[in-house]
Design a protein around this ligand. Structure first.
Ligand code: SF4
Ligand code: SF4
Length: 299
């Protein structure tokens, strides 16, 4: 029985595949996109998110912390993340919800019991279960047990991946699911490295192989101002995908600023600071991509 670390189960999602979906978000990611809206997924273990504006100054977290990471400094509450062992005791002690412990270990069977309660919504809407992250395929045994468990229960499933994993892992997951949501950030290799911290060589090689397989693929492109919001990038991505029979559509997702507040609450550096793309820019670049033959949708 596989155990995985997850940070959310979101019900009634309409953005993670067809129909109404229940999306299971797994911890851990091997990309560091500057625009990421789920930076709480990055760390494979527990993350500690702090909301200073909610703090009522009761000092319970100081009492709860055995590692001296939360302390009073001249009467003011301080948090030294270098001392924090991420045990979560402060979050449990805080009655004001000013500290959130993110990430819990669950068995695949336990998660399956939870998601299958939504089966009536999936049947009515043509939806199902999406396994997302982070990069879910960094926990392959857990993901495979979830996907096979969905199939055993007659639930449709999808895997949302950035594709930066070994081919055997990706290919086995693709065989066990009904749909792969494949995130593509940039075709230009140097640009990809600048925006995500890693090369796209493995990602493109994996997509090339997956694109000639049997499992349908929806490509998801986050449209990020100043990064990939150019006609040349969208054309290059769409041209690459146009040769791949398994790619059934391209979705363009406009950058939004949700990740910025999270980053500061998680003690991470600021990341991207940009205005979301306008509807006109999204529509124009969708038109550019559509010229290469695959259906293109803006989300
Ligand atoms: S998570 Fe644990 S170690 Fe970190 S500040 Fe809270 S109580 Fe202290
Ligand atoms: S327990 Fe919560 S409310 Fe109390 S001092 Fe700590 S962070 Fe503030």
């Amino acid at each position: 029985m596989a155990i995985g670390t997850i940070f959310n189960i979101q019900r009634f999602s309409v953005a993670d595949g067809p129909g109404i979906r229940t999306t299971v978000f797994l911890k851990g990611c091997n990309l560091r996109c500057s625009w990421c809206h789920n930076p709480e997924s990055w760390d494979p273990g527990r993350s500690i998110e702090v909301f200073p504006e909610r703090c009522i100054g009761c000092g319970e977290c100081v009492q709860a912390c055995r590692h001296g990471a939360r302390f009073l400094d001249g009467g003011a509450l301080s948090f030294d993340r270098t001392l924090c062992r991420r045990c979560g005791a402060c979050a449990e002690a805080c009655v004001a919800d000013a500290i959130r412990s993110i990430g819990e270990e669950r068995s695949a069977q336990d998660v399956l019991r939870e998601v299958e309660r939504d089966a009536p919504f999936f049947v009515e809407s043509g939806g199902g279960v999406t396994i997302s992250g982070g990069e879910p395929l960094l926990q392959p045994e857990f993901v495979l047990e979830l996907l096979r468990g969905c199939a055993d229960r007659g639930l449709s499933s999808a895997v949302d991946t950035a594709g930066n994993v070994a081919w055997p892992t990706l290919s086995e997951a693709a065989r066990a699911t009904d749909l792969v949501l494949f995130d593509m950030k940039a075709l230009d290799s140097e640009l990809h490295r600048r925006g995500t911290g890693v090369s796209n060589a493995l990602i493109l090689a994996n997509l090339e192989r997956l694109g000639h397989g049997a499992t349908p693929i929806w490509i998801r492109v986050p449209l990020v101002p100043g990064f990939n919001d150019s006609e040349s990038e969208l054309s290059a991505i769409a041209a690459f995908c146009s040769r791949l029979p398994a790619v059934k559509r391209i979705e363009i997702l406009g950058y939004h600023r949700l990740g910025e507040g999270k980053r500061s609450r998680l003690g991470l550096d600021r990341g991207l600071d940009a205005e979301p793309p306008s509807e006109q820019a999204l529509a124009r670049l969708a038109g550019v991509a559509a010229a290469f033959g695959k259906p293109v949708f803006v989300r």
